[in-house]
Design a protein around this ligand. Structure first.
Ligand code: SAH
Length: 360
């Protein structure tokens, strides 16, 4: 038994929503509970939305008393809801003057929840509204998990079939908390989703991609957005630290250890007129990806206030896609969902008080 964990968490009351399934078990057995009690508590929280220990009647009275003395369950509530004409829903969580956003995207065959991992983002990608807001802090496990719990509750019987880390923030710069959330999503007493239904999107934090690969297996999506380093340097400052070649090498390493990515990595490519959308760029992209099992998702750029970019035309996006398809790549064009409520990719601005300069 890990006594360090026990001592540190028993010193002050802890929020059970911050615990991984393993830590939950250690916490409970340290109070003298049976091994299966943590599974029961997880079911109460993640499946029955019960946050009051006194109502968990299959848990012994003495353990319920100890839980009340040493812990609590504190969920961060949604404060606002906006529903798009296409059925997309955006929820806002207000956290001490800051706001983060969660988006639900229902489709015919699946329903995806897009969650945020940070308040703001430090990466400053030029074409992204979240990046322009600056960075405040990482979200806690509890704040991330609350987004899923709240959405599940709001949606009543409508199922969330997929979860994507594509909301505000760079999930791999909040690696430990994000891994704990993934453990809860994958756990059968947690949200019980299969690893193939979870996608983590990253702008390419190479050491964290390697660490992630040691810790957990989920679908990886990479925001590449350029076919060469000079374009990527221009629109994504992170490229100066981790360039395309080293990023694609780390993706290959990740794929070697992963069974979730059976169709390869998802390459995200935002279509910016006259920046990265030429015919040459399409051929160049096919060339740099030829050794990486991948599917390519072209994203029409969504505009936001004070930005100078222009989205590529539909014609150009189709031409670009066809070149990639002819080269053998499974290529899709992302549908613009929730644009009327600013819930589309890169439009999530929340409300961020920018404290830290840059944590790159
Ligand atoms: N930081 C992570 C997670 C964000 S996911 C990442 O970079 O992957 C959001 C996706 O939408 C990313 O691919 C991002 O580059 C893209 N995006 C950002 N701004 C956009 C915009 N205005 N229009 C379309 N896509 C955008």
């Amino acid at each position: 038994m890990n006594t360090n964990i026990n001592l540190s968490i028993l010193n002050s009351k802890i929020n059970l929503l911050n615990l991984s399934p393993k830590k939950m078990q250690l916490f409970l057995t340290s109070m003298g509970a049976k091994n299966f009690t943590s599974e029961q508590i997880m079911k109460w929280i993640y499946n029955y939305h019960c946050y009051d220990f006194n109502k968990m009647l299959n848990i012994s009275k003495i353990i319920r008393q100890k839980l009340n003395q040493n812990s609590y369950i504190n969920i961060s509530n949604f404060s606002e809801e906006k529903i798009s004409s296409d059925g997309t829903i955006k929820w806002i969580t207000s956290l001490k003057n800051q706001k983060v956003e969660t988006v639900y995207i229902p489709e015919e065959k699946r329903s995806t929840l897009c969650i945020s991992s940070q308040i703001g983002c430090s990466l400053k990608c030029d074409f992204c509204a979240t990046g322009k807001q600056g960075f405040n802090r990482n979200l806690t496990v509890s704040e991330i998990v609350s987004q899923i719990l709240q959405a599940k509750k709001k949606l009543k019987n409508k199922k969330i079939t997929n979860i994507v880390f594509m909301g505000m923030g760079e999930p791999l710069l909040n690696l430990n908390n994000v891994v704990t959330v993934l453990e809860i999503i994958l756990n059968k007493n947690g949200f019980g989703l299969s690893k193939r239904r979870i996608t983590l999107s990253t702008a390419g934090i190479i050491p964290a991609i390697d660490k992630l690969s040691q810790k957990i297996d989920v679908n990886l999506a990479v925001s590449l957005h350029a076919s060469n380093n000079s374009i990527r340097d221009l629109i994504m400052p992170i490229n100066k630290k981790y360039n395309i070649e080293s990023l694609l090498n780390s993706v290959s390493r990740y794929l070697k250890n992963s069974s979730a990515n059976h169709n390869g990595v998802t390459i995200e490519y935002v279509m910016l007129k006259n920046i990265n959308d030429s015919i040459e760029n399409a051929y160049e992209l096919a060339d740099i990806l030829k050794k990486i099992p991948s599917k390519i998702n072209l994203i029409p750029w969504n505009s936001f206030k004070n930005s100078n970019f222009i989205s590529s035309t539909t014609n150009r996006i189709n031409t670009f896609a066809n070149i990639l398809r002819n080269k053998g790549f499974n290529t899709t064009i992302r549908k613009n969902r929730g644009k009327d409520i600013n819930a589309a990719c890169g439009q999530l601005t929340g409300n961020v008080i920018n404290y830290s300069k840059n944590n790159l």
